[in-house]
Design a protein around this ligand. Structure first.
Ligand code: ADP
Length: 413
């Protein structure tokens, strides 16, 4: 009997066994059966012509379709599957054919299977190399982006640190002169200048520390009862001098939820909202308006800070929350904290986002775009969870089960 006929003799039980062993689930099985039938036909051609290359195409197709996770885990999927198919083939031959027939068919199949395995290993390797080089390109692009933002950050940070240092240097030189000339009466103003410089240095270093805490998931919150209306009122008092200087008006609306007691870290929230409010002042021209409003949503309080400023382009609306994502030209960075468009080290929004995230909240911005002339404005939205219990049961015991009464509302300017 010809070898081809011997192959036909084992066809149906071979197909059944391979399908049963390798494909689970009806959907997978149907597709797999179609593939196996194609494999069988090509195998028959290879035996008929004595040319194992008939199997190359199907092996190539199979090698090109491994899933990403299989590649990531480095599984040798195709060669393993082929080995399995070949083992089942030999077992079926032994079971279904007489000894002489089995020897004939096995003899014909061995060189074809050897060739197929070699091809599979090669194609698989090529697919893997292509996948890895693709990954490498992505990593390289990421590294380049990181490198750019790192150098950008160094330029801006150096500039930001240099300004107060120059200030301190100048004032201490003045002090020396005053001491030399015995003009002790003017010390007050000079010491104020030095203090100013030191405070600004401190603020930048503090921001850097906060970013690193957030980055390393080390930002710990000190949960206490907080009334957002009260917190925003204090903040308003704090930024009042800047508002007056810039001739801007700030409207704070007593929104639903502003009198609700929630557990949160008041200092960190104050810092986060302070960043948002000083940004609103900074990026709004003189005479502009800023509105702080809010509402309650199921489980959350939403606070909005809207300004009539220069706005933010769509592509920047996500990157400004990323560390160093918003760094512009270092030379444009101004020394004034709330001076119009006086850019800072670009850490304010990432820190605010880190603080809201740590509370289980979130922040995003809405703006029609960036236009310094039309001033479309920006609205920052903050969602904070209405947390009515302390997250840590030990702290909850400390405060007791009773919820504290809100303090008297302060009159704000
Ligand atoms: P910076 O120190 O530069 O102010 P931030 O992280 O606070 O850093 O803000 C990042 C960038 O987001 C700013 O440089 C500015 O381009 C943009 N931005 C933030 N708030 C506003 C706003 N209210 N209006 C327009 N642009 C804003």
């Amino acid at each position: 009997m010809s070898v081809l006929l011997l192959l036909a003799k084992i066809q149906s039980s071979w197909l059944q066994r391979v399908t049963h062993d390798l494909a689970r689930g009806t959907g997978v099985r149907e597709n797999f059966e179609a593939q196996l039938n194609r494999f069988y036909d090509l195998l028959a051609h290879a035996i008929d012509t004595g040319d194992p290359a008939w199997l190359d195409q199907i092996i190539y197709d199979w090698s090109a379709s491994p899933t990403q996770s299989e590649l990531e885990e480095g599984q040798k999927n195709l060669t393993t599957i082929l080995n399995h198919i070949f083992a089942i083939t030999y077992a079926t031959i032994r079971e279904k054919l007489a000894e002489k027939e089995a020897l004939d068919l096995t003899g014909a199949l061995i060189p074809i299977f050897t060739h197929a395995l070699e091809k599979a290993a090669r194609y698989e390797m090529e697919t893997r190399v292509a996948f890895i080089s693709n990954e490498l390109t992505t990593v390289q692009q990421k590294m380049e982006r990181l490198d750019r933002s790192k150098s950008n950050f160094i330029a801006v940070a150096a500039h930001e640190l240099k300004t107060p240092l120059t200030l301190i240097e100048g004032y201490t030189a003045m002090m020396r002169d005053l001491v030399q000339n015995n003009e002790n009466g003017q010390f007050d103003a000079v010491i104020h200048g030095v203090n100013n410089g030191i405070r600004r240095l401190q603020a930048i270093v503090d921001d850097m520390i906060d970013v690193s805490l957030i980055d390393n998931n080390l930002l710990s919150l000190n949960f206490q009862p907080v009334w957002l209306g009260q917190l925003l009122g204090l903040l308003r008092n704090d930024v009042n001098p800047d508002l007056q200087q810039r001739n801007q008006t700030l409207t704070t609306v007593a929104f639903p939820g502003s009198e609700t007691m929630i557990f949160a870290d008041p200092e960190r929230l104050y810092q986060a909202f302070h960043n948002l409010l000083t940004n609103a002042i900074k990026y709004t021209p003189d005479g502009g308006e800023i509105t702080v409003d809010g509402r309650t949503l199921p489980g959350f309080i939403e606070i909005t800070i809207a300004d009539t400023g220069i706005g933010i382009s769509l592509e920047d609306q996500e990157t400004i929350f990323e560390k160093f994502g918003a760094l512009g030209n270092a030379s444009l960075h101004s020394s004034g904290k709330t001076k119009f468009k006086g850019g800072g080290p670009g850490l304010g929004l990432p820190i605010s986002r880190g603080i809201f995230d740590a509370h289980g909240g979130t922040i995003w911005v809405e703006s029609e775009g960036y236009d310094e002339e039309k001033c479309p404005g920006s609205t920052f939205h903050v969602l904070l969870p209405i947390r009515t219990e302390l997250p840590d049961p030990q702290l909850a015991r400390l405060f007791g089960t009773q919820q504290p009464e809100p303090p008297q509302k302060e009159e704000t300017a």
